[in-house]
Design a protein around this ligand. Structure first.
Ligand SMILES: Cc1cc2nc3c(=O)[nH]c(=O)nc-3n(C[C@H](O)[C@H](O)[C@H](O)COP(=O)(O)OP(=O)(O)OC[C@H]3O[C@@H](n4cnc5c(N)ncnc54)[C@H](O)[C@@H]3O)c2cc1C
Length: 373
């Protein structure tokens, strides 16, 4: 058993940290306030090839693995959750194509996603369902050599940005997966939702109205969408867990900094045992969550079936991240409650983890089924 990062992982972690200190940190507040990641920053992420870490070189990726992409997303989130989320959504869109696509589809669609030429979206949630994808109502009807898509998706990350979308629709009674382009005829996005956290990456609904796709854009076998979805979000949970874990680490950094600087009765707060206990609890939560997360990434790299493991890990990491961030919030006292301090933003950002990619209650049910089967 080896708990150390490899030399390559250490190097990329340092590389991402330096990149963030140089390019992300100076504009992190602007991203939060303006709810936009500047195109120049996206170009730099592209230039440093962060969009394609776990994908093969022949499709424009780095040929690395999920352990490394998890470390990258965690480190990005330590400096800006939204930036990590944007990179993560390109992974999430590429994963189902990597797992189920034809060679032609991989070359055509993963390459622009992995090289940052396209921004991805992955759409299963609808107004009537988020945690239970079998209840989706968007319809795909075969018409000669095409599919005609009608319906609406809700709460889709980056669906306003040009690029590639993987989405799910009902073909008769079963669910199929499709690959399409965004912002083309038949595809419209209403005004973005005003999110409370993760500013910088828009969240919009999508309306498909007689959206036409060639039959070659069916992903995997017709009717196999439910399996494609489950395998994809099992790997996607690595990204959402890494995202909130990185934000919780930022909360820890803020709490340590604040406690060292804040003087109470002539002493820094770090001298008080109540503060020391909270700091110890925060670090224990983060370290234990990280062990779970890296183990999941390792299992993913061994190509194991991680449906149950990813559900368990997503619950643990997102709840630990939330608890750690809340404790860091408490260390700040009243300063936690004013916008001048970053900790309030981190608490809003981290709260996403327990909801996204299926509520934690549903994750527990998925995990429990593997225990009692
Ligand atoms: C910032 C953000 C980004 C997102 N990005 C994407 C994206 O890119 N793509 C995408 O497809 N989706 C995305 N989503 C949607 C997200 O994945 C869903 O919101 C999530 O899966 C939860 O679904 P829901 O909102 O419908 O909650 P629900 O499923 O309605 O759950 C709400 C509560 O009700 C409980 N509940 C629901 N149904 C049952 C039941 N049958 N029995 C018992 N309890 C139940 C749940 O456990 C939970 O506590 C995003 C959401 C957010 C907030």
């Amino acid at each position: 058993m080896d708990f150390a990062l490899t030399k390559e992982q250490e190097a990329i972690k340092k590389f991402v940290k330096d990149f963030c200190i140089r390019e992300v940190l100076p504009i992190a507040e602007k991203i939060e306030e303006e709810s936009k990641i500047p195109d120049e920053l996206i170009q730099k992420i592209t230039q440093f090839r962060l969009f394609g870490i776990p994908f093969a070189k022949e499709y424009g990726g780095s040929g690395s693995n999920y352990q490394t992409s998890t470390i990258v997303l965690e480190e990005l989130a330590r400096y800006c959750g939204a930036v990590s989320m944007l990179v993560g959504v390109n992974y999430l869109t590429s994963i189902p194509i990597d797992l189920f696509g034809t060679e032609e589809q991989k070359l055509k669609f993963i390459t622009p996603l992995a090289t940052g030429k396209a921004i991805g979206s992955f759409a299963f949630t609808e107004a009537g369902t988020g945690s239970d994808p079998r209840s989706i109502t968007t319809k795909a009807v075969r018409d000669g050599d095409n599919y005609i898509i009608n319906g609406a998706k809700r709460f889709i990350t980056a669906s306003d940005k040009d690029g590639i979308i993987v989405f799910f629709a009902k073909e008769g009674d079963s669910v199929s997966a499709f690959i399409g382009s965004k912002n083309v005829p038949g595809y419209t996005v209403p005004k973005p939702w005003e999110k409370v956290g993760m500013h910088g990456v828009a969240l919009t609904d999508i309306i498909f109205e007689n959206y036409v796709l060639p039959k070659e854009n069916l992903l995997g076998a017709s009717g196999n969408g439910y399996n494609i979805l489950l395998d994809t979000i099992s790997l996607g949970k690595l990204d959402s867990a890494a995202l909130v874990l990185g934000c919780a680490e930022a909360a820890m950094d803020e709490a340590v900094k604040y406690a060292k600087e804040r003087m109470v009765k002539g002493k820094p707060m770090t001298q008080f045992q109540t503060t020391q206990c909270l700091l110890s609890e925060i670090v224990t939560l983060i370290e234990s969550a990280r062990l779970m997360l890296y183990r999941l990434a390792w299992l993913a790299d061994q190509k194991k079936n991680i449906r149950a493991e990813s559900a368990m890990t997503k619950v643990y990491v997102t709840e630990a991240a939330m608890e750690a961030t809340h404790k860091a919030f408490k260390i700040h006292g009243a300063y936690a409650y004013v916008k001048e301090f970053r900790i309030q933003q981190l608490l809003r950002d981290v709260s996403l983890g327990e909801i996204v990619e299926g509520s934690n209650e549903f994750q527990k049910i998925i995990h429990a089924q593997s225990i009692i089967k």
